[in-house]
Design a protein around this ligand. Structure first.
Ligand code: BGC
Length: 251
């Protein structure tokens, strides 16, 4: 699996899964646009560390920011072959308490942001006639309900359908679209759980492989989907969850 000569944008690459993906893509030979909004220092340090990379601040929920990022990437790194829609935020809130601002924020970043990036990148990929690969980092909650996290899981469910539609519409341009659906991965998004050994122990009882995952384990699957190793794969979701989505107990 290599990305020699390819250019990738990874959104939300200043921390967690996005950071690991940017690092892995670079080690596979890619030039990488390290997108960030928070985690500015980490994103800039990462871009400095990688052989061919740039850091770019963009709020993925704003179309103008997204277009500026795509234009700058093509100008500075020469082309665009891969998008990883990784940027995301998660807030816990009971269904009955979700307010309009929280709904708009979560859906704005986690779903609209992914759409805006996919559309802007796909237009550039169509125009270049080089084909491309779009990888959305969704969640097992693109399928499994997540009580207390309605806006988050609704966004992830939407990401699943966006991927399926885009895979069909973009196939004629040789643009493949797939999702990676992580389970419980040790990243800042799970800080509360990670700081509570009892919570970690409970979580592990519903993960068949009996442990949380590492960002690098998600990055390997993202690399597969970004690279030509997956040249005949489009329209699919790959779970990277230690079997969590299949958890069940004998009745
Ligand atoms: C969430 C985590 C959660 C995991 C498994 C992920 O999408 O970001 O907070 O632990 O799903 O439920």
């Amino acid at each position: 699996m290599d990305l020699d000569g390819k250019v990738a944008i990874v959104t939300g690459a200043g921390s967690g899964i996005g950071y690991a993906i940017a690092e892995r893509f670079a080690s596979a030979g890619a030039s990488v646009c390290v997108n960030y909004l928070g985690y500015e220092d980490d994103a800039k340090a990462l871009a400095q560390k990688l052989p061919k990379a740039m850091a770019f601040r963009a709020d993925v929920s704003k179309a103008a920011d997204v277009q500026a990022m795509v234009d700058a990437t093509i100008k500075e790194l020469g082309s665009l072959d891969v998008l990883v829609n990784n940027a995301g935020i998660e807030r816990s809130m009971p269904f009955l308490d979700v307010d309009e601002a929280t709904w708009d924020l979560m859906l704005g970043v986690d779903l609209k942001g992914a759409f805006l990036c996919a559309q802007a990148c796909a237009r550039a990929m169509r125009d270049s006639r080089r084909g491309g690969s779009i990888v959305n980092i969704s969640s097992i909650h693109e399928d499994v309900p997540f009580p207390g996290y309605t806006p988050y899981s609704v966004a992830k469910g939407g990401l699943r359908m966006m991927m399926r539609n885009a895979a069909l519409e973009l196939a004629e341009h040789r643009i493949r679209v797939n999702n990676v659906a992580p389970g419980a991965i040790a990243t800042p998004i799970n800080a509360k759980t990670l700081n509570d050994p009892d919570k970690v122990a409970t979580l592990q009882t519903i993960i068949p492989l009996q442990r949380m995952g590492r960002p690098e384990e998600v990055a390997e699957v993202a690399l597969f989907l970004a690279s030509d190793a997956s040249s005949y794969v489009t329209g699919s979701t790959y779970y990277v969850d230690g079997g969590m989505v299949r958890y069940s107990q004998p009745l």
